[in-house]
Design a protein. Sequence first.
Length: 148
Amino acid sequence: MEEQETCSNTLTQFVQALYNDFDFDKALVLAKQVGGECKKDVFLSKFANELQRSAQFLVFDIQGRLNSHVDLKYVAEHTGQTVPESAAFLEGLAKESGLACVIDDAKKTLKIMVVRQDIKGKITEKTVELARRTKEVHEHMEKQRTKK
């Protein structure tokens, strides 16, 4: 690629690692570097954290689309979060992007999906979300009960 020789910065390398090479580990390292470089830029410094988060989400989104799921342990490892924090992180970013996600607690995976705009899709989404929250409440109550 001729362009690679003339225009090679961290952002370009990130895009190439993600879209050309599908090297997710390298793309995640470069996403952190993009955030670091943005912090040094006069115009981008106040957006650095958001840009880094978006770049990381893009990696997990592409990975999820290719694999039909995202491994939450992998996300936790690369973001320095716990598995539940990683699930909440991805869930929040997905919702901001107009996407829905389903968390499989047993497999520690998250599936990112396009949100259906019809009534049936909305009902299904709310039902899945309610079931997940009910399960979380139940687990919390069980932990409280066993502590006594």
